[in-house]
Design a protein around this ligand. Structure first.
Ligand code: ATP
Ligand code: MG
Length: 449
């Protein structure tokens, strides 16, 4: 066993020592142990114990019990966690899971007797460790896999993916986040069971997929989704881009270009990254070689429609569906110093003020993904002119809210106070055009009042 000298936050130590003092087992478990060992910040601290939920609640009077999962939660503020008052610490009694017949959740969950039993039901070796006050329980050699940067299923990988098909997405996603390789037998089992993804809801598939897009290694993640046949189920349209050659300055086929673009996208917004992934999605459908060189006329028009279909399949919100559509639809914008201010204003109106920076991020990704530099004098000049127009065209009438909105929301009477508030908000919007949304301005007004 390796020497443990972890500096655990005081709130975490407090939970462990409270359980131990009362005579119970107590361990940090799952992703939190993995992240501690990797020296990464821990988002949620999960604990496991042999104490029952009732016994846990007695030890932590301010806790709350979530009956559905048998989990007792404690808010950071009750643990004097000054650094992290918003954090939630969750303690779950050892669990042991019964059969899985629907490929997504166990038919029954019972209390387990040992920590080993609890670790056995977990997905990957690096997620199946428990860390106590002075020992680590690591039956599947997760520490070795952390050292070697490997994602490996606990137990028989094929059986584990048949139990819960979402684990296949989790393997790829955690690999892409950590820059770990998925181990060969685990990959083989994913490939063999990829079709079982059809039992998983699109919401859950989407959440994992978007996490891959915003991870540090999206290109590798999507390549792995493709080579294991998972992508065939999620986004078959993208596979059509493989081998579609491009002319002129392009050094990559559409598939490779697309993955490189996602990889270099300066925005970490999942919707922007999805739009980057889909921006050339209709190139395979519009490729025309009759002139001798390949062209893709109107691929952005058809592509926007395909993108909308994908966004709907992913059950995105109406607003995000529209955003993906718009980013793909107008991504072919061009700039010439001779264009008029009206042209710039039309561009702003089409894209929407709040999404201009997303569109620029998409363009930077598109450029770098083609092997070009991030920007050019043209792009920079266009950005300057957009900024110029935004400052000029903005009058108070262009704001997303008006005096009536403020009076209604905050019960104000007509008078100088409303005017003063509007002026302060206007100043903010002129400087940050992306702040011109009703939600933002109302929130800001609340703070100013
Ligand atoms: P992150 O929170 O960074 O996304 P995580 O590994 O903590 O990663 P959670 O979804 O928070 O993931 O799950 C916590 C732990 O629960 C995991 O580390 C793993 O041990 C276990 N777990 C989660 N989902 C599954 C699953 N589908 N099958 C088996 N074990 C799972
Ligand atoms: Mg977690």
């Amino acid at each position: 066993m390796r020497d443990i000298k972890f500096a655990l936050p005081p709130a975490v130590q407090k939970i462990l020592s409270t359980l131990h003092t009362a005579g119970f087992d107590g361990y940090i478990v799952g992703g939190a142990v993995r992240d501690v060992l990797l020296d990464k910040p821990v988002k949620d601290w999960d604990f496991t114990t042999n104490a029952t939920p009732e016994q846990i609640q007695k030890l932590f009077p301010d806790s709350f019990y979530d009956n559905q999962f048998g989990t007792v939660g404690i808010a950071g503020k009750h643990l004097n966690d000054k650094e992290n008052p918003e954090a939630v610490y969750e303690i779950t009694t050892y669990r042991s899971e019964g059969l899985y017949t629907d490929h997504r959740r166990p038919d029954s969950v019972t209390w387990g007797k040992t920590v080993e039993e609890d670790l056995q039901r977990r997905d990957f070796t690096i997620n199946a460790m428990a860390l106590g006050e002075n020992k680590i329980i690591d039956p599947y050699h997760g520490q070795d896999d952390i050292k070697n940067h490997v994602i490996r299923a606990v137990g028989d990988p094929s059986m584990r993916f048949q139990e819960d098909a979402l684990r296949m997405m989790r393997a790829v996603r955690i690999g892409a986040q950590l820059g770990f390789a998925v181990e060969q037998l685990t990959i083989a089992a994913i490939t063999q069971n990829a079709h079982l993804l059809e039992h998983i809801s699109w919401e859950r598939i989407r959440d994992e997929f978007l996490k891959i897009l915003v991870s540090d290694y999206p290109e590798e993640g999507i390549q792995l989704l493709a080579s294991t046949n998972l992508l065939k189920h999620i986004l078959p349209e993208l596979l059509e881009c493989r081998g579609v050659q491009q002319a002129h300055h392009h050094i990559y086929d559409v598939w490779t270009h697309t993955l490189k673009a996602v990889n270099t996208c300066p925005s970490k917004d999942p919707i922007v990254r999805l739009a980057v992934l889909l921006h050339d999605i209709a190139k395979p459908l519009t490729a025309d070689t009759s002139s001798g060189t390949v062209t893709f006329y109107n691929h952005e028009v058809l592509g926007a429609r395909v993108a909308r279909k994908v966004a709907e399949r992913f059950r995105l919100s109406k607003k995000d569906i529209q955003r993906v559509f718009m980013l793909v639809r107008w991504h072919m914008f061009v700039y010439d110093p001779k264009v008029t201010d009206a042209y710039i204003r039309r561009f702003i109106r089409r894209v929407g003020v709040e999404y201009i920076s997303d569109m620029i991020a998409l363009r930077v990704a598109d450029r770098v993904g083609s092997g070009a530099t991030a920007t050019s004098w043209r792009l920079e000049e266009m950005q300057k002119r957009i900024e110029g127009q935004l400052q000029k065209t903005f009058s108070m009438n262009d704001m997303a809210i008006d005096g009536n909105d403020l009076m209604k929301e905050f019960g104000l009477r007509p008078g100088p106070e409303v005017g003063k508030l509007l002026k302060m908000l206007f100043k903010d919007v002129v400087e940050h055009p992306e702040h011109n949304t009703k939600e933002y301005l109302m929130e800001k007004a609340k703070k100013l009042l």
